[in-house]
Design a protein around this ligand. Structure first.
Ligand code: PGA
Length: 252
């Protein structure tokens, strides 16, 4: 099954509305020709409305970086999936390691967030990946198996295909240390095998991205790997030039 590559830029807590707009206006012509690639910007909440309006009709989709698992309620400071969906946001990053590590996001919360996103019509990009210590202790597969089992427990097999998963080894995020081609391929093939045990057909449709220090000079090699369907890009997505080069590497 041919899976459309997805290149998603995760801005994290960068760019207020004016800078976000300028970036998008510069990006749109740069990615207009990347026909067989989906391009996404995962932006701070305060940018979403303006970006959705400016990106309408273009090939760039706008994603949020987090959401609460409940549709509404007494949850001060939180944003729900229906709120994002009403804005016209296409999807949402869930379980990024920064949220897991710095904001104590649990697999239990993710087990509720993933189906809540799907129910609201949002595409979840679920992030999974091992720490350096887990890799050193050969616990990578155990970690991935647990995250996939627990975070997707509420997703019925017939909805699995709507998911995007990002394999992001924590030791490669923001460090300049990228996983080797073998490491990325092995982990992503393992994730696909886990999904296959849930549902053969859906597993072939799920896009699995690599994330962690993806740059213009390493993107082509990573994106050429047989099981890698795109990239989740942090630091290198902050500049239009480097992000556009990564999109171009996927379109090749
Ligand atoms: P990085 O971040 O590209 O800066 O390593 C990736 C991510 O956190 O998604």
């Amino acid at each position: 099954m041919a899976r459309t590559p997805l290149i998603a830029g995760n801005w994290k807590m960068h760019k207020a509305e004016r800078e976000a707009e300028e970036y998008l206006q510069a990006l749109l012509p740069r990615v207009a020709a990347a026909e067989r690639t989906e391009v996404a910007i995962c932006a701070p909440y305060t940018d979403l409305k303006a970006l959705v309006e400016s990106a309408r009709g273009s090939r760039v989709e706008i994603y949020a970086q987090n959401m609460h698992e409940r549709a509404e309620g007494a949850f001060t400071g939180e944003i729900s999936a229906p709120m994002l969906s009403e804005l016209g946001v296409r999807g949402v990053v869930l379980g990024h390691s920064e949220r897991r590590e710095l904001f104590c996001e649990s697999d239990h919360a993710l087990a509720l967030k993933v189906p809540a996103a799907l129910d609201a019509g949002l595409t979840p990009i679920l992030c999974v990946g091992e720490s350096e210590q887990e890799r050193d202790e050969q616990l990578t597969q155990r970690k991935l198996r647990r995250q996939i089992a627990e975070d997707l427990v509420g997703v019925a097999a017939d909805r699995l295909a709507e998911l995007v998963i990002a394999y992001e080894p924590i030791w490669a995020i923001g460090t300049g240390r990228v996983a080797s081609a073998e490491q990325a391929q092995e982990a992503i093939a393992f994730i696909r095998a886990l999904l296959r045990s849930r549902d053969e057909r859906a597993a072939e449709a799920v896009r699995i991205l690599y994330g962690g220090s993806v740059k213009p000079d390493n993107a082509a090699e990573l994106l050429a790997l047989p099981d890698v369907d795109g990239a989740l890009v942090g630091g290198a997505s902050l500049q239009v030039e480097s992000f556009a080069q990564i999109v171009a590497a996927a379109a090749r």
